[in-house]
Design a protein around this ligand. Structure first.
Ligand code: C2O
Ligand code: CU
Length: 509
């Protein structure tokens, strides 16, 4: 049986819980877009940049005229953006002033086990774990002697080695069984990696490089984030039981924590680092100008730059995924508006944000034909093929989501890849799941038995599998021996056991 207790049971997996806000919502495109603050290092030495983040509760204005309590990295949502350089090591000290244990995961990071944010490697609140264990179910984890190898109290360092190529990564909470509510309350931020090769490309930068975290939320009548269960109970919430087998959806689309914002732009190319930080919502984004669609040039995927830029008509982005794209407002006239629509939304969630063209400028940015070089992983290089099926099933006595018939169990690995090897993993599902691997980026070999579409190119760490979908991915496991997870990035699914441990062996340390 799985450890912990499942907050919710799943009686009807086909339903998502659609929450409807009871607060007064702003008209779309009346609130200005803002950028998360960029975090300055507290120290540097020859090899390393040191950062410090305090996780704490705060009240922020999300909806105009309301104060919303959040849990924030440094008290902001999204958290501050960390910008790492490929040549340098990054150490982030996290201090937990929240009332619950936390786990920090660097999503997409190539990181050793002890800093990866394994779901039971808890950082307890400052002041110790007294009382917390009982309140939040952590007591159950004692059933696995090895469940929490890197648990600490108050503060700890997460160390991210140098060497990772330029990419749009993000960090977020990852505590076993409680990731959904913690992220919903605000525990997510960008972590960008840059390098000299990327900086030489001449891509839009400065005010024309916008990290955009998309996340839907719902608000109660007081303007507080609404969520069907709070962190203080282990019991299934009466009345909502079984209603959100496919995750929690809000009716307000936030971009960088602002509801349906608007942003003033010049007649130039902009680099948009799109991140879907939603718990369960999938978006299909289209950039519309006067009823016509503005082309989207994709330059990067989850794990970094593509080899070559490619034009997409729309971007389908599932929870956890990133699309690094260039949108050119150069053809626009001052006064034009470019509206980003979500073609998978309904009602209030069909709109995302709007760009208002307010200034004519010369543009010296370019999109080079070649962006980067990387090894293409092939089936022929693989030494092992493994199959993973993601389905509904028994999760610790209640219905939840399982991988190969098994609910998440921190103590038992599902696979033991050898470091240095390429493996092919065949993924299949009977419902929509964004599948995420820690430790290494992968490449998509096939989708539903066919060549994948352009949107699957490049290095991926999260792959959106749709109902009855299959995919084959190739991954080379490298550098870090230890245990990592593979899971669905629909956070309510993740909290309902659709996660498994794989342990990398050999090589490394
Ligand atoms: Cu973004 Cu294992 O998570
Ligand atoms: Cu899922």
């Amino acid at each position: 049986a799985a450890v912990g207790a499942w907050q919710w049971s799943v009686d009807s997996p086909a339903d998502r819980l659609h929450l409807t806000s009871r607060a007064r919502l702003p008209e779309p495109f009346t609130v200005p877009l803002t950028m998360p603050p960029v975090l300055a290092p507290v120290a540097r030495d020859d090899t390393t940049d040191y950062y410090r983040i305090v996780q704490r509760a705060a009240d922020v204005e999300v909806l105009p005229g309301y104060s919303t309590p959040i849990w924030g990295y440094n008290g902001v949502f999204p958290g501050p953006t960390i910008v790492s350089n490929r040549e340098r090591r990054t150490v982030v000290t996290h201090r937990n002033e929240l009332p619950v244990p936390v786990v920090v995961h660097l999503h997409g990071g190539h990181v050793p086990e002890e800093s990866d944010g394994y779901p039971t490697d808890l950082l307890y609140p400052v002041g110790g774990s007294g009382g917390m264990a009982d309140r939040t179910g952590m007591a159950g984890m004692a059933m696995h002697p090895d469940a929490a190898a890197h648990t600490m109290i108050g503060e700890r360092d997460y160390t991210y080695p140098a060497g990772q190529p330029a990419a749009t990564l993000w960090y977020h909470d990852h505590r076993m069984d409680f990731t959904g509510p913690a992220v919903w309350r605000g525990l997510a931020g960008f972590h960008l990696v840059t390098d000299a090769a990327e900086q030489r490309l001449g891509l839009p930068t400065g005010a024309r490089e916008l990290p955009l975290l998309l996340a839907d939320r719902a608000f109660d009548a007081r303007g507080e984030f609404d969520y069907p269960a709070v962190d203080s109970t282990l019991l299934p919430t009466p009345g909502v039981r079984g209603k959100f087998g496919r995750g929690v959806l809000g009716d307000v689309v936030l971009v960088n924590g602002r509801p349906w914002p608007a942003h003033r732009v010049a007649t130039a190319r902009y680099r948009l680092r799109l991140l879907n930080g939603s718990n369960a919502r999938v978006y299909r984004l289209r950039f519309d100008r006067r009823g016509g669609s503005v082309p989207i040039v994709q330059i990067g995927s989850d794990g970094g730059l593509l080899a070559r830029p490619q034009e997409l008509r729309e971007v389908t982005i599932a929870p956890g995924e990133r699309y690094d794209v260039i949108v050119d407002f150069g053809e626009c006239a001052v006064g034009d508006q470019v509206t980003v629509y979500n073609d998978l939304g309904a009602g209030t969630t069909t709109r995302v944000l709007r760009f208002d063209v307010t200034e004519r400028v010369p543009d010296t940015s370019v999109i080079p034909h070649r962006l980067t070089d990387f090894e293409t992983l092939t089936r022929a290089a693989a030494v092992t093929t493994r199959r993973f099926t993601f389905r509904q099933g028994d999760a610790g006595g209640m219905r939840g989501w399982v991988i190969n018939g098994r609910a998440y169990d921190p103590g038992t690995p599902i696979a033991r890849p050898t470091l240095g090897d390429v493996e092919v993993w065949q993924l299949s599902t009977d419902l929509d799941h964004p599948i995420h691997l820690h430790l290494n980026q992968f490449q998509v070999l096939t989708r539903d038995g066919r060549t994948p579409s352009a949107a699957d190119r490049g290095w991926k760490d999260t792959l959106y599998l749709t109902a009855t979908g299959t995919a084959e991915i190739a991954v080379r496991f490298t550098d870090h021996a230890g245990r990592f997870v593979l899971h669905c990035h629909n956070l309510e699914h993740e909290d309902m056991a659709i996660m498994a441990t794989f342990t990398t062996v050999g090589g490394g340390r």
